[in-house]
Structure formats: C-alpha cells, structure tokens
Design a protein around this ligand. Structure first.
Ligand SMILES: NC(=O)c1ccc[n+]([C@@H]2O[C@H](COP(=O)([O-])OP(=O)(O)OC[C@H]3O[C@@H](n4cnc5c(N)ncnc54)[C@H](O)[C@@H]3O)[C@@H](O)[C@H]2O)c1
Ligand SMILES: [Fe+2]
Length: 444
C-alpha cells in the first residue's frame, strides 16, 4: 500500500477511536489538594478505599501523608504497596485480591504511571468477571468500574487523565496497552507538594515523557483544536519549568507547573495519540527495563531530526513555545541578582539554551513554496536543537548505551506492530528498515 494511503487510513483509524467521548476526571489542584480526598470519597459514595502504591512512594513519606488524612476523617482504608515499575498483570491481580480480601469499595492510586495504570485495571477488574489480562487491547470495559481517584506523584505520564493503561505481559515480555474511554479516573488530585521528593534523574526522565506526549500528539495528523492547544501549552510549561524542578526539587511553583503540563499533555495524547517514539520506547522498557521517560528521551531527538522534513510547520509551532534567548537571559539575570545577595561575585550565567529563530521575516506573499518550506524547516531545526539542549541541561545522556545491536530488528518490528496496530495517526508511515536506521542513531 502507498505511504499516503496508509497515512490516511491511520488518521481515519485514530479519529474513529476518538468518536466515543472519554471521561474527563474532576480536577483538584494546588498545594494541599490531597486534603480534598475525604470529601471526594463521600461525593463518589466510597466507604473504604484500597490505596494502591509502591515502595518508593511509601519510603518518600507520601503514603503516610494520605493515611493521616484518612485517619483524621475516620475513613477506613487498606493499602497495597506492592506495585512494581512497568507493572505486570500478575501484580495487578495481587492488588485486586487485596481489594477483595479487605472488602474495599473504591481505589486510590497514589504514585507514578505504574501505580495509576495498575489502579485502572484493579478498579475495572473488581466489577468485571474476567482475568485482568483479558482487558488487553481496545474497548474491553463493559461498565464504569469502582469509584477511582488518581493522585500522581511524578509529573510525566499524565495517566491520571488518559484512557490508557500500559501493562507488562510477563509471559510474552511485552508492554501491552489497554485502551478504553472508561479508563480515566473519576477524580484527579494534582498536589505539587507530593512531588518535591522526586529525585532529579526521575524528575528529568518523567518530564521528558510529558514533553514527548505533547510533541507526538501535536505532530500526529488528527489536528484537533483542543489537542493542539493543550500540546502547545504543555510544551511551553515544560521548557519553562523542567530545568527549575530538576535543579531545585523544592521549587513548588515549578513542580505545580510540571504537574499541570504533564496533565494537559496527557489530555492531549489521550485524543491525539502518541507515535513511533513511544512505540520504540515501550520496546526499550520491556527489553532493558529502562525508565519509561528515559526511553522516550533517548528516542525523541532522533525522530525529531527525521520529522524536520516530514512536518516542519508543526515543529515550527512548537519552536514558538521555547523561551527565547533574551527572556531566558532576563530570567537568569534575575536569578543571578538574588544569588548575588549571597555571593557578591555572582556572574550572570550564559543562557544554556540559545533560541535563535530564523532572521528572515516570514512572508507568505513574497515567498514561493520552496522558500516557505525552507523557512519552516529552519525553525523546526531550532526546536530539535532546543529539545537536545533541554535534555543535556537536565542530565539526560545523548545516546542509549543499553541498546544492543542484535535487538534492533525485533525492536523495530515490535514498534511497527504497536504503531500500526492501534493505529497511531503518525505524521509519516515508516517501515521496519526506516525504524532500524533511526534506532541505530540512538546507540552509543
Ligand atoms: N497510562 C498512560 O497513559 C501512560 C502514559 C505514559 C506512560 N505510562 C506508563 O507509566 C509507567 C511509568 O510511570 P512513571 O514514569 O511515572 O514512573 P513509575 O510510576 O514507574 O515510578 C518510578 C519510580 O519513582 C518513584 N516515585 C514516584 N513518585 C515519587 C516521589 N514523589 N518521590 C520519590 N519517588 C517517587 C516510584 O517509587 C518508582 O520507583 C510506565 O509503565 C509507562 O509505560 C502510562
Ligand atoms: Fe509516555
């Protein structure tokens, strides 16, 4: 089949998947928003929630914050702290057993994407009579599931907004997507105070996951207006706040903006979809167990370089969301000024990401088609460079030293299966050879 026809079919397929309206969770945001949970449980007529979480979240003291709130409100609860990164169906089944054993009637997912995705399955499993593995694929939910509240503690996946759950099939060593418009939670709590303890490397990786959601949704072919607005705003927020959250984890304003960015990027891709970057990143996750955000961070720049010739106009729009050199200089001067109170010798640091837009004015009347395209490509390259500079600034390695040459063919094959099987409305349809070439560029 010709490339153009496939692209059209994938676009129609993606559009068809968004015909059924998705649930939009009720949102509570801001420092202290987690204290809204007792009231929200009452609204949802939930008497005894199962808190699903993982050991990292428990060790960070976040679980204790929530249980204190429930205790003070005299709300009974049970805890399942055993979710593992990239959770398997087996782990989700164990959480479901805990829900039944403790006679819980609702679910609170407190954690990152792994915990929220597991929560989505448990909440559905409790009201369906089938093994959780049978939810794999499209539209497998027949009812709304138990009342469900998501409390993200990472700012990355946006799972608290999406109609997707990514679960690992341990038999096939594959990451499987469960897609259903009923999957988003009833309520979402975005409390930046819960993310201040997230270590810098995880802050960086999860932040780039959110950026990848925004970029892929924006470059895809559906071009829904709401998706475009959300993707652009998420990109703007991430460039402005991720370096701040990485450098100073206790910067509550940056943390709040990152949670907002990750949430709206989630809203964007739940209707606009992701693309090949995620399809490849999921293979990195299942083969090498690298964090999902880092897997995306390694793949994203290579695809962006390729997309300069595919959708330069879309990348050019994204370039407009990157802070300009002059505004960044202003910011760093202001920061340096306050630093100077501590150290008289504080020098104005160089702006780490120089955004230099094409000097030539864009004038569609005087420019011919080739000149217009060249102008957009130049601006698109500015965006690619800005993403690379952002990743370098937050300590993300340029290449994936985990990628093994002997795996490239199967990674490409698996990525094609995911991207074309869903289908994702990708801006260009690639074949396995194209993907292999791109994956080789991601290797050290
Ligand atoms: N459903 C979706 O729409 C969607 C979208 C993108 C990714 N995902 C999936 O989400 C998973 C990745 O989620 P993630 O990137 O949020 O990571 P994660 O949930 O796997 O958590 C990573 C680590 O961070 C720790 N952690 C989380 N919050 C913390 C905090 N505040 N302080 C200290 N430590 C903390 C956890 O304990 C864990 O060890 C992957 O399985 C990915 O495929 C799902
Ligand atoms: Fe993701």
């Amino acid at each position: 089949m010709k490339h153009g026809l496939k692209r059209l079919l994938f676009s129609i397929g993606g559009r068809a998947l968004t015909v059924i309206p998705q649930k939009v969770p009720v949102l509570f945001s801001g420092q202290g928003a987690v204290r809204k949970i007792p009231e929200e449980l009452a609204t949802l007529k939930a008497g005894k929630p199962l808190i699903i979480t993982d050991v990292g979240v428990e060790k960070a003291g976040i679980l204790a914050q929530l249980t204190e709130i429930l205790k003070s409100a005299s709300i009974p609860y049970a805890v399942f702290p055993g979710i593992t990164p990239d959770p398997t169906f087996e782990v989700c089944e164990k959480a479901l057993e805990a829900l039944r054993a403790n006679s819980c009637d609702s679910v609170i997912a407190l954690g990152g994407g792994s915990v929220m995705d597991a929560g989505k399955l448990v909440r559905m499993g409790a009201t369906h009579k089938k093994p959780l593995a049978r939810f794999a694929g499209l539209l497998k939910c027949r009812n709304r599931g138990l009342p469900f509240i998501c409390v993200p503690t990472t700012a990355g996946t946006g799972s608290e907004a999406t109609a997707a759950a990514v679960i690992t099939d341990s038999m096939k060593h594959r990451k499987i997507t469960v897609l259903d418009p009923r999957l988003p939670p009833d309520s979402t709590i975005l409390d930046p105070a819960l993310t201040v303890g997230l270590p810098p490397a995880l802050t960086a990786a999860t932040g780039i996951d959110a950026l990848t959601h925004a970029v892929e949704a924006y470059c895809n072919t559906l071009h829904y207006r709401d998706v475009d607005v959300q993707a652009l705003e998420a990109t703007r927020l991430i460039f402005a706040n991720l370096p701040r959250a990485y450098t100073d984890g206790s910067d509550l304003e940056a943390r709040e903006n990152m949670l907002k960015a990750s949430h709206i990027a989630g809203r964007a891709f739940t209707r606009g979809f992701v693309g090949y970057v995620h399809a490849v990143a999921h293979r990195f996750g299942e083969k090498y167990h690298v964090p999902h955000g880092l897997a995306n961070a390694i793949a994203l720049p290579c695809f962006l370089d390729f997309y300069v010739d595919v959708c330069p106009e879309r990348l050019a729009d994204l370039a407009d969301m990157v802070p300009r050199e002059d505004t960044r200089r202003e910011d760093t001067r202001r920061e340096a000024k306050s630093a100077a109170v501590v150290s008289e010798a504080a020098a104005v640091p160089e702006a780490p990401r120089a955004m230099e837009l094409p000097k030539q004015e864009f004038n569609p009347r005087t420019m011919n088609k080739a000149e217009r395209r060249a102008w957009f490509q130049k601006k698109a390259r500015v965006f690619c460079d800005a993403v690379k500079a952002l990743e370098a600034e937050i300590g993300i390695p340029e290449k994936g030293d985990f990628i093994r040459a002997e795996d490239i063919a199967s990674i490409a094959e698996g990525a094609i299966k995911e991207a074309h099987g869903t289908p994702y409305p990708v801006p260009a349809v690639l074949d396995a050879d194209d993907l292999e070439t791109l994956i080789r560029k991601m290797m050290k």
